[in-house]
Ligand binder design. Sequence first.
Ligand code: CAA
Length: 384
Amino acid sequence: MNFHLTEEQLMIQQAARDFAQNQCLPGVIERDEKQQFPKEQILQLADLGFMGMMVDPAYGGSGLDTTSYVLAMEEISKVDASTSVCMSVNNSLVCYGLQEFGSEEQKQQYLVPLAQGKKDGQLYIGAFMLSEPEAGSDATSQRTTAEDKGDYYLLNGTKNWITNGGNASVYLVIAQTDPAKGSRGINCLIVEKNWPGVVVAAKENKMGIRASDTHTVMFNDVKVPKQNRIGADGFGFTFAMKTLAGGRIGIAAQALGIASGAYELSKTYSKTRKAFGTEIMNHQIIAFKLADMATRVEAARLLCLKSAWEKDNGIDYTISSSMAKVFSSETAMWASTEAVQIHGGYGYVKEYHVERLMRDAKITQIYEGTSEVQRIVISRGILK
Ligand code: CAA
């Protein structure tokens, strides 16, 4: 067993740390308040090669391992979880899905620019569309239909809470083709945002990750060429589940970043803030909180890295990614709440950052499978 990071992994970690401090920290409070999409930051991430980190260089990616992706996600999420979720969806739900299961033509047409995060110098990112008004955790209950019309599918329906919904150029849309076949009648279609019948509807006004771009998207008689289906007919649900297993490593790393950001801010604050005649770190009640935060953050980090290692070594990571996600997101919620408590009145105002981390933490327990869904996946896996 080797816990050392390679030179390359350390370099990626440092690059992500510098990016977070220099490009994300300035303006992060304002973007959160104004719900302003971090377009400039995403374009810079594209230049760093962070929008297609694990994609083969032959398809425009950086050819890095999942460990590097976890390290980068943690560093960026310590500062700006709105930016990191855009990065995560593009990397692990969109690029990974296309690289692993897409046809050669789909890779050339879509993966290459998506992995670069740019096309003709303009932002070019993707969104993953599974959730619907009545299909969240119960993901097989898709109401969106992809009617087989011979050489194309006719797509109709509504998708909700779509990250990158307004700014993405390409959507991976999960839809029901044959309801009689249940989960085996579902397909995943590649849809371009500017096609006739695609309507980007309301932008959500969210509690946290407010600068990320979350929309309802509707499809009204959208004609999708057959060659834009990913995999064989009926592969869509398996595609979604397999892709989400990797996505959950990304969100676990995001939650880890929020937790470690909360811990680091609390440690720094405890060394300077005085109460009862001494720095508050000298009060055991604070020191023990910091000890617990450090311990849980480290445990979350190890779970994330273990799952990343399994993915890179061809080992089934379905259970480990769910374990990493449920533990890291619960740690993020707990650690950020403790951070606000340690900061007291200052913690409740925006300029100290921890209130934002606390709001941002909540979504990590919900998206890409709630904590309850992760427990379904883990319990089924360990009991089968
Ligand atoms: N790999 C391959 N196949 C899988 C699989 C996996 N990991 N998990 C399930 N399947 C297969 C099953 O084997 C089954 O196939 P058969 O019918 O051939 O046997 C089929 O898929 C149906 O599976 P289940 O019977 O287990 O389905 P279920 O209805 O009991 O649901 C669930 C299982 C785990 C709860 C699943 O519905 C789920 O993960 N729900 C959560 C959905 C989710 O994560 N949504 C997030 C939205 S995306 C998002 O948030 C992105 C963003 O913008 C940030």
